[in-house]
Design a protein. Structure first.
Length: 152
């Protein structure tokens, strides 16, 4: 199984969350190959300074090469799923790409190009924390699918 997590986020090796992300990638290896792709550029920064709609367009352009396989976006307005439902998404798809947008989220055009929109609830959290939560849920979902005791 191949899982990709694409985020609009500056790369930072000294950040607080990096060890957690690497931890979940490592312990998930028996079940899946997980790739994390952080994308940020000068054009995204300029678009974010200009307007929300230009920012969303810049995100979509940057994420275009990764729009393959089963595509899932994290969106506060998406479908709220529990861990069992989340594991079924993993179970049904051999190649999945998860997307976490930038500060202005995703535009309607990008949302239409994806297969599923998922929400981790109504709370607001940073994109970096959402990435850690996503990584944990991916690992939890993989353990559910493979009947590993982590999820119990």
């Amino acid at each position: 199984m191949k899982i990709r997590v694409c985020t609009i986020d500056k790369k930072g090796k000294k950040e607080l969350y990096v060890p957690l992300i690497e931890h979940f990638k490592k312990i998930a290896k028996p079940f899946a190959n997980i790739e994390v792709v952080d994308i940020f550029s000068n054009s995204i920064a300029k678009a974010q300074d200009a307007s929300p709609s230009l920012a969303q367009e810049a995100y979509e352009k940057a994420l275009e090469p990764y729009l393959n396989g089963y595509k899932v976006i994290l969106d506060p307005k998406g479908k709220e799923v529990d861990s069992i439902e989340f594991s079924k998404i993993l179970q049904k798809n051999a190649s999945i790409t998860f997307f976490i947008g930038g500060a202005y989220g995703f535009g309607d055009n990008f949302k239409k190009r994806c297969d599923l929109s998922v929400s981790f609830g109504k709370i607001t959290m940073s994109h970096k924390l959402a990435k850690v939560l996503l990584m944990e849920q991916i690992y939890r979902g993989l353990t559910i699918v493979n009947n590993h005791p982590y999820h119990k």
